[in-house]
Structures are given as C-alpha cells and as structure tokens.
Design a protein around this ligand. Structure first.
Ligand SMILES: [Zn+2]
Length: 249
C-alpha cells in the first residue's frame, strides 16, 4: 500500500486498486476490489492500525465487479453504507452491470499476459454475479461529509454513471476506470483509456477526459495501474495520444 498524499492511501488487489482516505481514526474506502480481494481490503484497513468498523462509508466509482467485491461483506459485518451516483445505484441494485462481455475478453487472450490476467480474475470471482441491494445515491451534492471530504465528479462513459473523486485539499483525483495508467491487456503504460470494448459508451469515455482535464490536482490515482504524478490535463492529453494504440486492443 502506498501513501500517495498525506492520509491518502492506494492499495492494489487482483490488478485493481482501491483507496483509503484517513481523517484521525476514521476512514473512507473508495472502491472495494474483486470479491476474492475482500480479505486484502480488510488487511489494508488493519495495516493503518484501524478496524474495518472505522470505515465510515464505501464510495463506488462505478458498478463493475472488480470494484464492488468487498462491499456486501462490509455491510453485513460492519453495517458500512455505500454511496454512488444514482445511475450506478440502479445497476448495482439490479445486477444489470454495464460490463465487457466475456467473449470480448476471451478473444484477446492470445497474449500470455492476458491469459494470466484472465486466470487471476476468474480465481478472484470474475464470474460470480454481484448485486448490492443496499446501494444508495450520494446523500448530498458537492463535497461529501466523510473522512477526506471527497467531491464526486461525474464522468460517464466507461459506465453511464461513473464518478471520479476529487480531494481539493490534497491535490488528488481518484479516476476509477475513466482514466487508467496500465492494464494487463494493454501493452503501454502511462495515462490511457481502457480498450473501448470495456466501455459502455466509448465516445463518452473520450469526452469524459475533457471533464477530468479541468480538475485541479497534481496526483492521479487510477482504478488500474500505478498512481501518476502530473496534472489531469496532461494525463488526459497523453490518454488521447495513446488512444491510437488502446483503441485497437
Ligand atoms: Zn475496473
């Protein structure tokens, strides 16, 4: 786990990241790995000397199974609420997830790294359906009254209700899958879009880069890949340039 900025921690599970925001003894968890990452999510909380009960809420960038894995566990065990955009609430509650079709992934498994990744995510619960009956929309507009005071930034495209989270005081933006820096299916590293078959609306995913480019930050924490230092404007520009490669995957 890496402290990317003061009291902002990025942890990696099965090729997917989650983020912990600390304020004194309390935490906010942003995204929650695959279901197979559940104990790793708990371990990351304990590594900060806190108990999972200290997590005041989970925030979800988008309702895909690689980001929702530990959410039901935290709710059942510790009554932790989970908040997301209202569009994602519909997906998460109903189980109608706007995700890549397995056939689109299998087609790309000719490369050994893709094959290894597929095996890892299968083991982490990729085929297990996830539904979050207790999903709730953000309780208010603007900054949330939670540890780290995250501000949701609507950036639909990867899914129709995708959010990034801005931490203005820390100069950090958590971009989820709207802007990533690496993926086992991608031959390039650095700011980039996921391949279009992962996106609900690929054209909107490109437009969302414009939204992120306007966010005032110096550090970016993506849903996949390593944290990246630089402004979102520069990251978005690099992602557009790399689209000539990532669009063909
Ligand atoms: Zn993802």
């Amino acid at each position: 786990m890496q402290e990317v900025a003061a009291d902002v921690f990025c942890a990696e599970g099965t090729a997917v990241n989650w983020v912990l925001l600390r304020d004194g003894t309390e935490l906010t968890l942003i995204d929650a790995g695959w279901s197979g990452d559940t104990s790793a999510v708990e371990d990351s909380v304990r590594a900060l000397g806190r108990h999972p009960r200290d997590v005041q809420a989970v925030l979800l960038t988008h309702a895909h199974p690689d980001h929702m894995g530990a959410i039901n566990h935290f709710h059942e065990r510790y009554a932790t609420p989970v908040f997301m955009s209202s569009a994602e609430v519909t997906h998460a509650r109903g189980g109608h997830l706007e995700q890549a079709r397995p056939a689109d992934i299998v087609k790309r498994c000719y490369r050994p790294s893709a094959l290894r990744w597929t095996a890892r995510i299968m083991a982490a619960g990729a085929l297990k359906p996830v539904r979050i009956p207790h999903a709730q929309p953000y309780p208010r507009a603007g900054a949330l009254d939670l540890p780290g005071t995250p501000v949701p930034v609507a950036c639909a495209g990867h899914t129709s209700g995708h959010s990034a989270f801005h931490l203005p005081d820390k100069g950090v933006v958590i971009t989820g899958d709207a802007l990533i820096t690496g993926h086992p299916l991608s031959p390039v590293s650095g700011p980039q879009l996921l391949p279009p078959f992962f996106a609900h609306a690929p054209a909107d995913a490109e437009a969302a880069l414009q939204t992120l480019a306007g966010v005032d930050a110096e550090v970016l924490i993506p849903g996949h890949g390593v944290p990246w230092r630089g402004t979102p404007a520069v990251a978005a520009e690099q992602a557009r340039r790399r689209a000539s490669i990532t669009n063909t995957l």
